[in-house]
Design a protein around this ligand. Structure first.
Ligand code: PMP
Length: 410
């Protein structure tokens, strides 16, 4: 690890209060970042700063607090526009997160524009949140779900993908980076091929935003969804990017306040973008805090974060591969900092419990990707996922912990 990278992690760690505690008498090693990242103090302060300083409902108030809250809330929309390089801020819709964004597209675009026999393509490595909304739509509309297969390394078979595309393909929805394998998919090629048959594209960027610089205009994707809580921001909020012309064409989804222009019992007209899709009082504090999280990431630089995490990934991959009886699941050439593994004769849950006794937090199970686990013929994996505040010393502790698991259980 280079010394400059070491400085990044030491300086960064200080900013995360949760990391400075002991679990079961041992310093916490938090390796469950793909489930959710921890929050820096500035993000925590942004949430309490709103409630203690300017809590007010947004958009409709004319008093000082309402204007201050509205301005901070809309600042985040501009911040996301810049973060994703979207052409317009109206193309950014606040959601509860990635799951909510995908459901919004399925329930609006999908219900309005898909018909019986139309085809939707996803991949083997999708999170349940990019499977179930499409199954629900298929059931309702009589559409057909097709699945891109993967190789044993956990990479998409692009030739097979191209064979699945037909003039009936209406939606291609794929994950940018897999939460269970770490695989980074060639989304630009996927999008371009989908557009050739006239399909619209959705990118699940839940695991990508904290590791990969995203440019929606360069990707030319029609939609993209992410969650704030995987990007050092708050839980239960996120955003959907959609091209303006598509969002304009789509019917609204949830009905209520804010998404209307005018309501009468005879006829209601709907608000303009982005408000058309933002019914009800939103999660104001957390939207505001997302901007603070984006500032945190921007100040460090996504490229610096990614290169530091790649060093951790390489270091950990080498160390874990040296443990006899341990197999890494997901060996794609392009990966984010996620390592899934199994150990001969040991249930993933037992690994998680023994590591927890040593203060090490990893995730075990199917990672909301049951069809992917079926593809590999396993019930689940143990998964260590790294963020910018993790260190090589923590990886050493994981390795020692896994040696202990072997001594106790193998
Ligand atoms: N897609 C991927 C790849 C994910 O990792 C996750 C979260 N584990 C989701 C979608 C769903 O995100 P959320 O629960 O924040 O809606």
């Amino acid at each position: 690890m280079s010394s400059s990278n070491h400085i990044i992690s030491a300086k960064v760690r200080e900013q995360f209060p949760i990391l400075h505690q002991e679990i079961n008498g041992k310093p916490l090693v938090y390796f469950d970042n793909a489930a959710t990242t921890q929050k820096p103090q500035v993000v925590i302060d942004a949430i309490s700063g709103y409630y203690s300083g300017y809590n007010a409902n947004i958009h409709r108030g004319i008093h000082h607090l309402a204007e201050k809250a509205t301005s901070a809330f809309e600042q985040t929309r501009k911040g996301i526009q810049r973060f994703l390089n979207a052409a317009k801020q109206e193309e950014i819709i606040f959601t509860y997160g990635t799951t909510d964004g995908i459901n919004l597209i399925a329930q609006t675009y999908g219900r309005a524009f898909l018909n019986e026999g139309d085809e939707i393509i996803i991949s083997t490595m999708e999170h349940h949140s990019n499977i179930v909304p499409w199954q629900m739509l298929c059931e309702e509309k009589g559409c057909i779900l097709k699945v891109i297969p993967i190789n044993d390394e956990g990479e998409l078979l692009m030739e097979e993908y191209k064979k699945l595309l037909t003039n009936k393909t209406k939606i291609v929805s794929v994950v940018y980076a897999s939460n269970a394998l770490g695989t980074v998919n060639p989304v630009k090629d996927i999008i371009d091929a989908a557009h050739e048959v006239g399909a619209v594209t959705i990118i699940d960027a839940a695991q990508a935003t904290s590791h990969i610089k995203i440019d929606v205009q360069q990707l030319d994707t029609d939609f993209l969804c992410f969650s704030a809580h995987k990007l050092y921001g708050p839980t239960g909020m996120g955003a959907l990017y959609g091209k303006e012309d598509l969002l304009n064409k789509m019917p609204p989804w949830r009905g209520g306040g804010e998404m209307i222009k005018e309501v009468s019992f005879e006829k209601t007209t709907y608000n303009e973008l982005p408000y058309k899709f933002e019914a009800g009082t939103p999660n104001i504090a957390d939207v505001i805090a997302l901007q603070t999280a984006l500032d945190f990431v921007n100040e460090l630089g996504l490229e610096n974060i990614a290169s530091y995490e790649q060093e951790l990934l390489e270091y950990a991959t080498e160390a874990l591969e040296a443990i006899e009886g341990l197999t890494i699941i997901g060996k794609a050439k392009e990966k984010v900092s996620v390592i899934s593994f199994i150990m001969d004769g040991i249930h993933p849950q037992d690994i998680g419990v023994i590591l927890d006794q040593q203060g090490i937090a990893i995730r075990t199970g199917h990672h909301c990707t049951q069809p992917l686990m079926q593809r590999f013929g396993i019930v689940g994996t143990s998964r260590a996922s790294f963020a910018v505040y993790n260190t090589k010393e923590e990886v050493d502790k994981l390795v020692a912990g896994l040696q202990k698991v072997k001594r106790l259980l193998a």
